[in-house]
Design a protein around this ligand. Structure first.
Ligand code: TA6
Length: 293
């Protein structure tokens, strides 16, 4: 790997896990090699836009709670193997740091992952090559490139499971998904049309399908709005665990649920991506911050 720009450093983070720190001209950020997991993005003069649990673990092979978990090559529970890790193996695996470069106000850091004997022995026994490119700048961009290196078609589910920090989820609302069809994972598995803005009054776990829409998270208690735009993604997942589910998760503080919500950029369920041998796919999430109009 060629030398890193001065603004990009690697050092032990929490739990001693290798962490990349980026101190760019317009923003700072942090990415753990475990899962190529973005844990912080702070535009200059702003608080962190991403949410991390104070109760998160930081152990090799375990997912972090918050930031942007990288869900691949399946989303949620594995359809056929109940013993397989939720959201796939990518967020639990150490990625390689491939390099970094400065591009004006943007700092771009690249991570790589490919199949191994361990992944080929698991629930998704295929050869693949993945690259995660994180751009820390006036916007935060995360791009997941996946190439099928197998000799047969493969089907991939994927998601950038973005945890956003909000002042109070009970005052927040998400616009942009009006009219999109979703499956409520807490109710019968039928398609429901989104009627108006999304508001949070209880545990919320919705998978919006067939939508390329940009979501806008309005956070009135902080007088700010977060934009989640995307490309190469047909699914958006919106989640807040609310009090009971938060209390049931050991790596989630009992009272933390009011300060976060997830807007996840993915291709899940019927939007899963089929790749022929040698075929690749690219998905990007673009996260931006603006004052609330
Ligand atoms: O994206 C929402 C979701 O699928 C929820 O059902 C909940 O399980 C959440 O992901 C977190 O999953 P995790 O495995 O990280 O606890």
């Amino acid at each position: 790997m060629s030398s890193l720009p001065q603004s990009v450093t690697v050092s032990p983070g929490r739990g001693g896990l290798p962490r990349v720190r980026v101190a760019g001209p317009a923003a700072s950020g942090e990415i753990y090699l475990n899962g190529a997991h973005v844990t912080s993005w702070r535009p200059d003069g702003q608080g962190d836009v991403l949410w991390m649990s104070a109760a998160s673990g930081y152990s090799p092979g375990q997912p972090l709670r918050g930031g942007i978990p990288l869900c691949f090559p399946w989303f949620g529970a594995h359809a056929a193997d109940p013993a397989a890790p939720a959201h796939g193996f990518a967020r639990r695996t150490a990625w390689d740091l491939l390099g970094a470069e400065e591009d004006g106000d943007d700092m771009r850091v690249r991570f790589g992952l490919h199949d191994s004997a361990a992944t080929r022995a698991g629930a998704w026994p295929h050869r693949f090559e993945a690259t995660c490119t994180v751009t820390i700048g006036p916007w935060l961009s995360v791009t997941l490139d996946v190439v099928n290196r197998d000799d047969r078609d493969v089907v991939v589910e994927e998601a950038l499971h973005t945890y956003l920090s909000v002042g109070d989820v009970r005052e927040a609302r998400v616009t942009g998904l009006e009219g999109a069809w979703y499956i409520d994972k807490l109710a019968a598995p039928e398609l429901v049309a989104q009627d108006g803005p999304i508001r949070f009054t209880a545990e919320t776990d919705r998978v919006y399908l067939g939508t390329r829409a940009t979501a806008l998270v309005e956070d009135p208690s902080r007088a700010r709005a977060v934009t989640v735009a995307k490309s190469g993604s047909a699914s958006t997942v919106v989640w807040n665990p609310w009090a009971a589910k938060a209390a049931a998760m050991p790596d989630f503080g009992d009272d933390e649920w009011t300060g976060m919500l997830c807007v996840e950029t993915g291709n899940v369920g019927v939007d899963a991506v089929r790749l022929a041998p040698g075929e690749g796919h690219q998905m990007t999430a673009h996260v931006g911050l603006a004052p609330l109009a």
